[in-house]
Design a protein around this ligand. Sequence first.
Ligand SMILES: Cc1cc2nc3c(=O)[nH]c(=O)nc-3n(C[C@H](O)[C@H](O)[C@H](O)COP(=O)(O)OP(=O)(O)OC[C@H]3O[C@@H](n4cnc5c(N)ncnc54)[C@H](O)[C@@H]3O)c2cc1C
Length: 582
Amino acid sequence: MARATTSTVAALCFLLSCVSATPSTLAASSAIIHDIIRGLADTTAARVRTDAEATARASTDFGTNATADDAARPAAVFYPSCAADIAALLRASSASASPFPVSARGRGHSTRGQATAPGGVVVDMASLAVAAGRDETATTNASSTSASARLAVSVDGRYIDAGGEQLWVDVLHAALAHGLTPRSWTDYLRLTVGGTLSNAGISGQAFRHGPQISNVLELDVVTGTGDMVTCSKEKDADLFDAVLGGLGQFGIITRARIPLAPAPARARWLRLLYTGAADLTADQERLIADDERRGGALAGLMDYVEGSVVTDLQQGLIGSWRSQPPPSSSSFYSATDAARIAALAEEAGGVLYFLEGAVYYGGASDTTAADVDKRVDVMLRELRYARGFAYVQDVSYEQFLDRVSAGERRLRGEGLWDVPHPWLNLFLPRSRILDFAAGVFHGVLLPTRTAGGGGGGPVLVYPMNRGKWDGATSAVLPYDDGDGDGDEVFYTVGILRSAVADGDLRRMEEQNAEVARFCEAAGIPCTQYLPSYATQADWAARHFGPAGSGRWDTFLRRKRKYDPMAILSRGQRIFSSPLLAS
Ligand SMILES: Cc1cc2nc3c(=O)[nH]c(=O)nc-3n(C[C@H](O)[C@H](O)[C@H](O)COP(=O)(O)OP(=O)(O)OC[C@H]3O[C@@H](n4cnc5c(N)ncnc54)[C@H](O)[C@@H]3O)c2cc1C
């Protein structure tokens, strides 16, 4: 069965050479943009900045953490007070003789310039919350409101209305105040609602509830033409589906209605060590199964399933920040455990696999502590981890969900947060995950360690159920040839490295290219998550391909409809000039 191997994998190489933004030849000059947005500042409540400090900040992101070159900088930063200000900006650009790029910036956690607007205007989304905080007349349409004017929980409706600029950690706190919680998360919670919904929003709960984009009831969107639309599966469904996973191409999300469920109080957090990828992935797949046929006694026992691979135990904090222990303990392991783990790694040839899981209980959930004890007994008996290497913690549900913040605080304290992050995230078909593990974890990453090159960060590996993703959204999954070979499960691999020392960045980008070459040679089809390509042709062929899948045609049709002047999120480098009507 033909697969999209060559094109999708070769595209990864572009990550290395094409990080700088391409300025649009059609964008208005800075002087014209300054005139237009100063006019908007006079006629709306928005603020505007054109100074070097503001534009430099708006053109950096978590990937580069460096001031971008002049071509990548916006001409101005726009601080809206409400959605109508954003609509006015987009209408002004659309109506201009030379439409200029406009990009929403959540918190700039992108790693390849996706939230920038080269030569155009960056919309600082955080300013919506700041303005709402100042506006005592701010109201929402929900039945009861939480502390923030742009976070409103409806207890009866079991949903939260969240401004697109809101951080997921604040969504969590607002919902928990009512004994409720969203069901699908990212591992890190200081990301914005609009930012993750523009990608997918994935974590260890996605196997059961789908990504965050599968957990949205309604959106307020300002389209590229400046129209303010409330959309859902029932109303303007095409726009709703386009925006979810839409990489910011079709509209700016100013509000999302997220469904809520009764919140558990606690999480039993398990970490189990494996000496091989085959056992780890077989166990992960049994745990994420939704029936006994696929999962046996383990089906559905965990609420959260992730995993990781460690090729260098010496990395310390830079390798473990993403899964820190609860504040009450300084480490998941004792010093004796650490020594035993090091010996196990040695025996296993230098590569260890970790299964990370959690069972939620108590609070408003139906699961009791006694249920969890029973489940953990079954798991410790049935799972094929290295015996004697099971570690269990009991933490609050909130501590578990917000566990990455402890790592962030520690990295910031050591000056290791604001460094370049040449991250590579891939979706892979289940049928090739072991080939990938052999070629990449053992073949590419391990030799770097043994050559003394460091490793530089966590490497995640965990499966998801394809059926929990909505194929109508703009998100792209690994190519499914429909041959029934079991690829209803697919894997996420996140190689999440930090470049700390001189030469790290170059070496890591070279390794990313080596991963691409390996996949290419081995015929492993992969799709980038949080994708980055250099040209429209690459996007069409390599991300939305294979030819005939129709995904690119749908993306293009929607772009033509909702942002025909190709104003939005030019930092993604998908469209650089207005689309001709067809
Ligand atoms: C430390 C860290 C941990 C992460 N962990 C996870 C994880 O566990 N799971 C996961 O799925 N991802 C994860 N990510 C990736 C994250 O989802 C992306 O960085 C995403 O872009 C969100 O970041 P942001 O909110 O700052 O958005 P930005 O980076 O500011 O924007 C991302 C894109 O969305 C567009 N955009 C932003 N806001 C809006 C809006 N309101 N409406 C329309 N378009 C908009 C921007 O123009 C840009 O194209 C992580 C990132 C970091 C840095």
